[in-house]
Design a protein around this ligand. Structure first.
Ligand code: F0G
Length: 354
Protein backbone atom coordinates (compact mmCIF):
# COMPACT_ATOMS: atom_id res chain seq x y z
CA UNK A 1 0.00 0.00 0.00
CA UNK A 2 1.19 3.52 -0.75
CA UNK A 3 2.49 5.35 2.27
CA UNK A 4 -0.06 7.81 3.60
CA UNK A 5 0.73 11.21 4.99
CA UNK A 6 3.81 13.36 4.80
CA UNK A 7 5.60 11.90 7.82
CA UNK A 8 5.89 8.44 6.31
CA UNK A 9 6.30 9.56 2.69
CA UNK A 10 9.12 12.01 3.36
CA UNK A 11 10.55 10.50 6.53
CA UNK A 12 14.18 10.82 5.47
CA UNK A 13 13.77 14.57 4.92
CA UNK A 14 12.07 15.21 8.26
CA UNK A 15 13.30 15.40 11.88
CA UNK A 16 11.41 12.29 13.00
CA UNK A 17 12.60 9.55 15.33
CA UNK A 18 11.49 6.07 16.36
CA UNK A 19 9.42 7.72 19.06
CA UNK A 20 7.56 10.18 16.82
CA UNK A 21 3.89 9.15 16.73
CA UNK A 22 2.70 7.82 13.35
CA UNK A 23 0.20 10.63 13.11
CA UNK A 24 -1.69 11.19 9.86
CA UNK A 25 -5.02 12.24 8.40
CA UNK A 26 -3.63 11.46 4.92
CA UNK A 27 -2.38 15.00 4.38
CA UNK A 28 -0.25 15.87 1.37
CA UNK A 29 -0.13 14.10 -1.99
CA UNK A 30 -2.41 16.83 -3.33
CA UNK A 31 -3.16 17.14 -7.05
CA UNK A 32 -1.35 19.46 -9.43
CA UNK A 33 -3.99 20.45 -11.96
CA UNK A 34 -3.16 22.17 -15.24
CA UNK A 35 -5.10 25.39 -15.80
CA UNK A 36 -5.84 24.89 -19.50
CA UNK A 37 -7.92 28.01 -20.12
CA UNK A 38 -5.64 30.43 -18.30
CA UNK A 39 -2.53 28.81 -19.82
CA UNK A 40 -3.88 29.50 -23.32
CA UNK A 41 -5.00 32.98 -22.45
CA UNK A 42 -1.71 34.06 -20.92
CA UNK A 43 0.65 32.09 -23.16
CA UNK A 44 2.17 30.12 -20.30
CA UNK A 45 2.07 26.58 -18.89
CA UNK A 46 0.11 27.10 -15.66
CA UNK A 47 -0.49 24.56 -12.90
CA UNK A 48 -2.43 24.79 -9.66
CA UNK A 49 -1.21 23.02 -6.54
CA UNK A 50 -4.44 22.04 -4.83
CA UNK A 51 -3.68 22.45 -1.15
CA UNK A 52 -7.36 22.89 -0.32
CA UNK A 53 -7.67 19.13 -0.82
CA UNK A 54 -5.82 18.43 2.41
CA UNK A 55 -7.85 16.85 5.24
CA UNK A 56 -8.86 20.09 6.94
CA UNK A 57 -8.95 21.99 3.65
CA UNK A 58 -5.67 23.90 3.70
CA UNK A 59 -1.89 23.51 3.38
CA UNK A 60 -1.56 23.91 7.14
CA UNK A 61 -2.06 20.18 7.60
CA UNK A 62 1.43 19.42 6.24
CA UNK A 63 3.15 21.41 8.94
CA UNK A 64 0.64 20.74 11.66
CA UNK A 65 0.86 16.96 11.50
CA UNK A 66 4.57 17.19 12.24
CA UNK A 67 4.29 19.98 14.84
CA UNK A 68 1.61 18.09 16.79
CA UNK A 69 3.39 14.73 16.49
CA UNK A 70 6.61 16.29 17.82
CA UNK A 71 4.69 18.05 20.61
CA UNK A 72 3.34 14.68 21.74
CA UNK A 73 6.75 13.03 21.37
CA UNK A 74 8.26 15.72 23.58
CA UNK A 75 5.62 15.12 26.25
CA UNK A 76 3.56 18.24 25.71
CA UNK A 77 -0.06 18.09 26.84
CA UNK A 78 -1.39 21.16 25.09
CA UNK A 79 -0.88 23.09 21.88
CA UNK A 80 -1.73 26.74 21.31
CA UNK A 81 -1.84 29.02 18.28
CA UNK A 82 -3.05 32.34 16.94
CA UNK A 83 -4.83 32.10 13.64
CA UNK A 84 -6.75 33.77 10.87
CA UNK A 85 -8.64 30.46 10.75
CA UNK A 86 -6.87 27.69 8.90
CA UNK A 87 -4.08 27.10 11.38
CA UNK A 88 -6.63 26.75 14.17
CA UNK A 89 -8.74 24.27 12.18
CA UNK A 90 -5.69 22.15 11.46
CA UNK A 91 -4.25 22.32 14.99
CA UNK A 92 -7.62 21.35 16.42
CA UNK A 93 -7.93 18.30 14.17
CA UNK A 94 -4.46 16.85 14.81
CA UNK A 95 -4.59 17.65 18.53
CA UNK A 96 -7.93 15.82 18.73
CA UNK A 97 -6.40 12.79 17.06
CA UNK A 98 -3.64 12.57 19.66
CA UNK A 99 -5.82 13.58 22.61
CA UNK A 100 -3.97 16.84 23.28
CA UNK A 101 -5.59 19.97 24.58
CA UNK A 102 -5.83 22.69 21.92
CA UNK A 103 -6.26 26.42 22.58
CA UNK A 104 -6.71 28.82 19.68
CA UNK A 105 -6.82 32.61 19.74
CA UNK A 106 -8.48 34.25 16.74
CA UNK A 107 -9.38 37.79 15.71
CA UNK A 108 -12.96 38.98 16.09
CA UNK A 109 -15.29 39.06 13.06
CA UNK A 110 -12.85 38.27 10.29
CA UNK A 111 -12.47 34.50 10.61
CA UNK A 112 -14.40 32.68 7.87
CA UNK A 113 -17.21 30.62 9.34
CA UNK A 114 -16.07 27.33 7.84
CA UNK A 115 -12.75 27.62 9.66
CA UNK A 116 -14.25 28.63 12.97
CA UNK A 117 -16.77 25.79 12.83
CA UNK A 118 -13.96 23.30 12.23
CA UNK A 119 -12.07 24.45 15.33
CA UNK A 120 -15.13 24.18 17.57
CA UNK A 121 -16.28 20.84 16.23
CA UNK A 122 -12.81 19.30 16.65
CA UNK A 123 -13.07 20.38 20.28
CA UNK A 124 -10.56 23.22 20.50
CA UNK A 125 -10.95 25.94 23.11
CA UNK A 126 -11.64 28.92 20.87
CA UNK A 127 -10.89 32.38 22.25
CA UNK A 128 -12.01 35.29 20.09
CA UNK A 129 -10.20 38.55 20.86
CA UNK A 130 -11.12 42.10 19.96
CA UNK A 131 -7.88 42.47 18.09
CA UNK A 132 -6.12 41.26 14.95
CA UNK A 133 -3.89 38.30 14.11
CA UNK A 134 -0.65 40.08 14.94
CA UNK A 135 -1.90 40.89 18.44
CA UNK A 136 -3.14 37.33 18.90
CA UNK A 137 0.26 35.93 17.88
CA UNK A 138 2.09 38.19 20.31
CA UNK A 139 -0.18 36.96 23.11
CA UNK A 140 0.12 33.25 22.40
CA UNK A 141 3.90 33.47 22.16
CA UNK A 142 3.99 34.69 25.75
CA UNK A 143 1.26 32.41 27.04
CA UNK A 144 2.89 29.34 25.48
CA UNK A 145 6.09 30.17 27.41
CA UNK A 146 4.29 30.81 30.69
CA UNK A 147 2.06 27.76 30.55
CA UNK A 148 4.44 25.29 28.98
CA UNK A 149 2.12 24.82 26.00
CA UNK A 150 3.59 24.01 22.59
CA UNK A 151 3.21 26.91 20.19
CA UNK A 152 2.14 25.55 16.79
CA UNK A 153 2.25 28.70 14.70
CA UNK A 154 4.81 28.65 11.91
CA UNK A 155 7.46 30.03 14.27
CA UNK A 156 7.56 26.39 15.39
CA UNK A 157 10.30 24.99 13.12
CA UNK A 158 8.47 21.67 12.62
CA UNK A 159 5.70 23.57 10.82
CA UNK A 160 8.13 24.76 8.14
CA UNK A 161 9.72 21.31 7.93
CA UNK A 162 6.35 19.72 7.22
CA UNK A 163 5.23 22.40 4.78
CA UNK A 164 8.37 22.09 2.66
CA UNK A 165 7.03 18.71 1.45
CA UNK A 166 4.67 20.57 -0.90
CA UNK A 167 7.72 21.72 -2.88
CA UNK A 168 8.91 18.10 -3.04
CA UNK A 169 5.58 17.05 -4.51
CA UNK A 170 5.62 19.84 -7.11
CA UNK A 171 9.06 18.63 -8.28
CA UNK A 172 7.87 15.02 -8.40
CA UNK A 173 4.69 15.92 -10.25
CA UNK A 174 6.48 17.99 -12.91
CA UNK A 175 9.73 16.00 -13.00
CA UNK A 176 11.64 19.08 -11.80
CA UNK A 177 10.97 22.50 -10.28
CA UNK A 178 8.91 24.94 -12.41
CA UNK A 179 10.24 28.27 -13.70
CA UNK A 180 8.07 30.21 -11.26
CA UNK A 181 6.32 29.30 -8.00
CA UNK A 182 3.62 31.86 -7.15
CA UNK A 183 2.22 31.92 -3.64
CA UNK A 184 0.09 34.10 -1.35
CA UNK A 185 1.98 35.62 1.59
CA UNK A 186 0.51 36.29 5.02
CA UNK A 187 2.64 35.37 8.01
CA UNK A 188 5.24 34.37 5.41
CA UNK A 189 5.91 30.82 6.65
CA UNK A 190 4.75 29.02 3.55
CA UNK A 191 6.92 30.86 1.01
CA UNK A 192 9.87 30.19 3.33
CA UNK A 193 8.94 26.50 3.55
CA UNK A 194 8.62 26.04 -0.23
CA UNK A 195 11.99 27.67 -0.83
CA UNK A 196 13.59 25.37 1.74
CA UNK A 197 11.95 22.36 0.06
CA UNK A 198 13.11 23.33 -3.42
CA UNK A 199 16.66 23.84 -2.17
CA UNK A 200 16.71 20.43 -0.47
CA UNK A 201 15.44 18.67 -3.60
CA UNK A 202 17.98 20.53 -5.69
CA UNK A 203 20.87 19.71 -3.34
CA UNK A 204 19.98 16.03 -3.34
CA UNK A 205 19.76 16.01 -7.16
CA UNK A 206 16.03 15.36 -7.23
CA UNK A 207 15.45 18.55 -9.19
CA UNK A 208 17.99 19.91 -11.64
CA UNK A 209 16.78 23.45 -11.14
CA UNK A 210 15.34 25.98 -8.71
CA UNK A 211 12.26 28.12 -9.36
CA UNK A 212 11.86 31.85 -8.99
CA UNK A 213 9.72 32.50 -5.92
CA UNK A 214 6.95 35.05 -6.51
CA UNK A 215 5.11 36.05 -3.33
CA UNK A 216 1.94 38.14 -3.28
CA UNK A 217 0.54 40.12 -0.37
CA UNK A 218 -2.89 41.73 -0.29
CA UNK A 219 -2.63 45.44 -0.98
CA UNK A 220 -4.20 46.39 2.38
CA UNK A 221 -1.94 43.99 4.28
CA UNK A 222 1.43 44.31 2.56
CA UNK A 223 4.13 44.96 5.19
CA UNK A 224 6.91 43.20 3.29
CA UNK A 225 6.32 45.03 0.02
CA UNK A 226 5.88 48.38 1.83
CA UNK A 227 8.95 47.71 3.99
CA UNK A 228 7.24 48.35 7.33
CA UNK A 229 4.61 46.75 9.58
CA UNK A 230 0.98 47.61 8.84
CA UNK A 231 -0.88 48.44 12.03
CA UNK A 232 -4.41 47.94 10.72
CA UNK A 233 -4.26 45.38 7.91
CA UNK A 234 -7.45 44.98 5.86
CA UNK A 235 -8.35 42.68 2.98
CA UNK A 236 -11.19 40.50 1.76
CA UNK A 237 -8.63 37.69 1.87
CA UNK A 238 -8.94 37.34 5.65
CA UNK A 239 -6.49 34.43 5.78
CA UNK A 240 -3.65 36.82 4.89
CA UNK A 241 -4.86 39.84 6.84
CA UNK A 242 -1.53 40.18 8.63
CA UNK A 243 0.51 43.32 9.31
CA UNK A 244 3.72 42.03 10.88
CA UNK A 245 4.69 38.61 9.53
CA UNK A 246 6.77 36.32 11.75
CA UNK A 247 8.83 34.91 8.86
CA UNK A 248 9.47 38.27 7.20
CA UNK A 249 13.24 37.81 6.75
CA UNK A 250 13.15 34.29 5.33
CA UNK A 251 10.40 35.31 2.92
CA UNK A 252 12.48 38.19 1.59
CA UNK A 253 15.46 35.82 1.33
CA UNK A 254 13.38 33.36 -0.71
CA UNK A 255 12.36 36.06 -3.18
CA UNK A 256 15.85 37.57 -3.43
CA UNK A 257 17.92 34.36 -3.55
CA UNK A 258 15.64 32.81 -6.16
CA UNK A 259 15.68 35.91 -8.38
CA UNK A 260 11.95 36.20 -7.80
CA UNK A 261 9.81 39.01 -6.43
CA UNK A 262 7.24 40.18 -3.93
CA UNK A 263 4.31 42.29 -5.04
CA UNK A 264 0.81 43.28 -3.96
CA UNK A 265 -2.62 42.50 -5.38
CA UNK A 266 -5.77 44.48 -4.65
CA UNK A 267 -8.96 42.95 -3.31
CA UNK A 268 -10.58 43.49 -6.73
CA UNK A 269 -7.73 41.64 -8.44
CA UNK A 270 -8.01 38.83 -5.89
CA UNK A 271 -11.77 38.46 -6.36
CA UNK A 272 -11.45 38.59 -10.13
CA UNK A 273 -8.94 35.72 -10.07
CA UNK A 274 -11.13 33.87 -7.53
CA UNK A 275 -14.18 34.02 -9.83
CA UNK A 276 -12.10 33.25 -12.92
CA UNK A 277 -10.62 30.10 -11.38
CA UNK A 278 -14.08 28.86 -10.52
CA UNK A 279 -15.80 29.77 -13.78
CA UNK A 280 -13.03 28.95 -16.26
CA UNK A 281 -11.17 26.12 -14.56
CA UNK A 282 -13.81 24.58 -12.26
CA UNK A 283 -11.71 25.26 -9.19
CA UNK A 284 -13.06 26.82 -6.01
CA UNK A 285 -10.34 28.11 -3.71
CA UNK A 286 -10.54 30.61 -0.90
CA UNK A 287 -9.89 34.29 -1.63
CA UNK A 288 -6.38 34.36 -0.12
CA UNK A 289 -5.37 31.48 -2.39
CA UNK A 290 -6.45 33.40 -5.48
CA UNK A 291 -3.83 36.05 -4.65
CA UNK A 292 -1.25 33.78 -6.33
CA UNK A 293 -3.18 33.73 -9.62
CA UNK A 294 -4.03 37.43 -9.35
CA UNK A 295 -0.34 38.13 -8.90
CA UNK A 296 0.66 36.17 -11.99
CA UNK A 297 -1.97 38.02 -14.02
CA UNK A 298 -0.66 41.35 -12.74
CA UNK A 299 2.85 40.43 -13.93
CA UNK A 300 1.40 39.43 -17.29
CA UNK A 301 -0.22 42.83 -17.63
CA UNK A 302 3.05 44.60 -16.90
CA UNK A 303 4.91 42.37 -19.39
CA UNK A 304 6.94 40.66 -16.70
CA UNK A 305 5.63 37.16 -17.25
CA UNK A 306 7.95 35.35 -19.70
CA UNK A 307 6.12 33.70 -22.62
CA UNK A 308 5.87 29.95 -22.27
CA UNK A 309 7.00 29.96 -18.64
CA UNK A 310 6.03 26.98 -16.55
CA UNK A 311 4.27 28.46 -13.52
CA UNK A 312 2.83 26.78 -10.44
CA UNK A 313 0.32 28.75 -8.37
CA UNK A 314 -0.24 27.43 -4.87
CA UNK A 315 -3.96 27.36 -4.04
CA UNK A 316 -3.57 27.26 -0.29
CA UNK A 317 -7.15 26.67 0.89
CA UNK A 318 -10.54 25.32 -0.13
CA UNK A 319 -13.29 27.70 -1.28
CA UNK A 320 -15.82 26.02 1.01
CA UNK A 321 -14.00 27.55 3.98
CA UNK A 322 -15.58 30.92 3.26
CA UNK A 323 -19.03 30.62 1.69
CA UNK A 324 -20.16 34.13 2.64
CA UNK A 325 -17.40 35.75 0.57
CA UNK A 326 -18.42 33.48 -2.30
CA UNK A 327 -22.02 34.66 -2.14
CA UNK A 328 -20.93 38.30 -1.99
CA UNK A 329 -18.45 37.92 -4.84
CA UNK A 330 -20.85 36.83 -7.57
CA UNK A 331 -23.19 39.06 -9.54
CA UNK A 332 -25.64 36.36 -10.59
CA UNK A 333 -27.30 35.31 -7.34
CA UNK A 334 -29.64 32.38 -6.76
CA UNK A 335 -33.15 33.42 -7.77
CA UNK A 336 -36.14 32.67 -5.56
CA UNK A 337 -39.33 31.62 -7.35
CA UNK A 338 -42.76 30.32 -6.50
CA UNK A 339 -43.12 26.54 -6.73
CA UNK A 340 -44.44 26.80 -10.27
CA UNK A 341 -43.20 25.13 -13.45
CA UNK A 342 -43.89 28.11 -15.69
CA UNK A 343 -42.01 30.45 -13.41
CA UNK A 344 -39.01 28.10 -13.53
CA UNK A 345 -39.21 27.87 -17.34
CA UNK A 346 -39.38 31.63 -17.68
CA UNK A 347 -36.43 32.13 -15.40
CA UNK A 348 -34.39 29.65 -17.45
CA UNK A 349 -35.35 31.31 -20.76
CA UNK A 350 -34.48 34.75 -19.43
CA UNK A 351 -31.01 33.55 -18.45
CA UNK A 352 -30.19 31.98 -21.84
CA UNK A 353 -26.99 33.34 -23.29
CA UNK A 354 -26.07 35.39 -20.24
N1 F0G B 1 -3.44 31.07 2.30
C1 F0G B 1 -4.25 30.65 3.28
C2 F0G B 1 -5.53 29.99 2.90
C3 F0G B 1 -3.87 30.81 4.63
O1 F0G B 1 -4.68 30.38 5.59
C4 F0G B 1 -2.65 31.45 4.92
C5 F0G B 1 -2.23 31.67 6.31
C6 F0G B 1 -1.84 31.86 3.85
C7 F0G B 1 -2.27 31.66 2.56
C8 F0G B 1 -0.53 32.53 4.06
O2 F0G B 1 0.44 31.64 4.47
O3 F0G B 1 1.03 32.75 6.60
O4 F0G B 1 2.48 30.99 5.61
O5 F0G B 1 2.32 33.24 4.55
N2 F0G B 1 -2.99 31.46 7.30
C9 F0G B 1 -2.57 31.53 8.71
C10 F0G B 1 -3.65 31.00 9.62
C11 F0G B 1 -2.03 32.85 9.10
O6 F0G B 1 -3.72 31.40 10.79
O7 F0G B 1 -4.40 30.14 9.19
P1 F0G B 1 1.66 32.18 5.36
Amino acid sequence: MMKSGIISRYRSFLPVTQRTPQLTLHEGNTPLIRADVLSDRWGIDLYLKMEGWNPTGSFKDRGMVLAVAKAAEEGSRAVICASTGNTSASAAAYAARLGLRCVVVVPDNRVALGKLSQAVVYGAEVLVIEGNFDQALEMVREIADDQGFTLVNSVNPYRIQGQKTAAFEVCEQLGEAPDILAIPVGNAGNISAYWKGFIEFHQTSRSSRLPQMWGFEADGAAPIVRGEPVEHPETVATAIRIGNPASWKTAVAAAVESGGRMDTVTDDEILQAYRELARSEGIFCEPASAASVAGVFKQKQSNELPDGARVVCVLTGNGLKDPSTAMDAVTVKPKKLPCDREAVREAIDSREGT
